[in-house]
Design a protein around this ligand. Structure first.
Ligand SMILES: NC(=O)c1ccc[n+]([C@@H]2O[C@H](COP(=O)([O-])OP(=O)(O)OC[C@H]3O[C@@H](n4cnc5c(N)ncnc54)[C@H](O)[C@@H]3O)[C@@H](O)[C@H]2O)c1
Length: 324
């Protein structure tokens, strides 16, 4: 397929008021998009994430999976390309499987139907490491048979298949990105489960010891949000389409090393202690990133220590979140 420039285009971003989506919107404006339509329920997203309003950004408050289809049809009028990021995420909806399916599966079908009617040219869909399912073993590769174990992971994988179905009948170009653990400023810090990074930053800045659950040998693949956004743009503008790509650093970081790095960044008497093991005990989740490097020329560029430092600085500027 031909490369596609975003300059002067009308772009729609679902989940654009959320963590990754809001960074993507800022980048799209910088790339010269003529119009960025953000479709978001604002259940987890925040208008403040979109920063100073630009007249090129239009927010459509709509809940995928339950909102009226006409709202989507209106939002898609004149839109060339769609980034589909909105989702009920594992951590936030663990006890609400129906809500996950409604938003991520039914919501995706309806969005794709609306994209078909609107003649959208290319869609980038953000899937997840949870589509793979396994918690241990060698790095995930795109060619392995996914076997998700959570309703969230199943719903993200269903979204990938629905996109293929949509492309086969409409000729729409597409790419799927399976993000590993994306971190950075604006990472969701509301009620409920928080990522290790958000929790650790908050504890350390409150003057408490950080907690490493279990032996700290759990290994995760962290990718800074600006890098994830760059990969997402390349998936939209590059010549390769119809592909699934992992988006990660390709490197495993032990939780104990991650926490120690944050302790170093805070300095002073900051410290950590070991606590009870949790469900992540013994896990290793890392992405193989050779495919995206070869096809899109993308590699994570922000070193972990630098990304953590930026995240920590941002957390300092935030009021404490509800259950910290
Ligand atoms: N953050 C990560 O580490 C990570 C890892 C793997 C995959 N992902 C995927 O990346 C995407 C973005 O994740 P994020 O971390 O920015 O999450 P986020 O929760 O910060 O953003 C998601 C946005 O979608 C909106 N939303 C949720 N359900 C909606 C619905 N039914 N209709 C309309 N809007 C809805 C929320 O209000 C929020 O603004 C998701 O698709 C997620 O599955 C993220």
């Amino acid at each position: 397929m031909a490369a596609l420039s975003l300059s002067g285009r009308a772009v729609l971003v679902t989940g654009g008021a959320g963590f990754i989506g809001s960074h993507l919107v800022a980048r799209l404006l910088a790339e010269g998009a003529a119009r960025v339509v953000v479709v978001d329920s604002l259940r987890y997203g925040d208008l403040a994430n979109l920063g100073a309003s630009s007249e090129r950004v239009e927010l459509v408050r709509h809940e995928l999976g339950s909102g009226a289809r006409e709202e989507l049809d209106r939002a898609l009028r004149g839109v060339d390309v769609v980034f589909h990021l909105a989702a009920e995420k594992h951590n936030q909806s663990r006890d609400a499987p129906e809500r996950v399916v409604r938003a991520n599966v039914e919501g995706t079908v309806t969005l794709l139907e609306a994209c078909h009617a609107a003649g959208v040219r290319r869609i980038v869909y953000t899937s997840s490491l949870y589509a793979y399912g396994r918690m241990a073993g060698p790095p995930f590769v795109e060619t392995e048979l996914p076997a998700p174990r959570t309703v969230y992971g199943m719903s993200k994988l269903a979204g990938e298949h629905l996109l293929r179905w949509h492309a086969a009948r409409s000729g729409c170009e597409w790419n799927v990105l399976r993000y590993l653990f994306v971190y950075g400023p604006r990472q969701f810090a509301g009620m409920g489960y928080k990522s290790v990074i958000v929790k650790t930053c908050e504890r350390l800045l409150a003057g408490e010891a950080a907690v490493v659950h279990g032996d700290g040998e759990q290994t995760l693949d962290y990718v800074y949000v600006d890098d994830a956004v760059e990969a997402t743009l390349r998936a939209m503008t590059g010549e390769r389409t119809g592909e699934v790509f992992n988006v990660g650093s390709g490197r495993g970081t032990r939780v104990v090393d991650l926490v120690a790095e944050l302790v170093r960044a805070v300095g002073g008497d900051a410290t950590y202690r070991f606590g009870a093991a949790d469900w992540t005990a013994g896990s290793s989740r890392v992405g193989d990133v050779h495919k995206i490097a070869g096809a899109l020329g993308w590699r994570a560029a922000v070193p972990l220590a630098e990304g953590l430092r930026r995240t920590l600085e941002w957390t300092r500027t935030q009021p404490p979140s509800p259950d910290s």
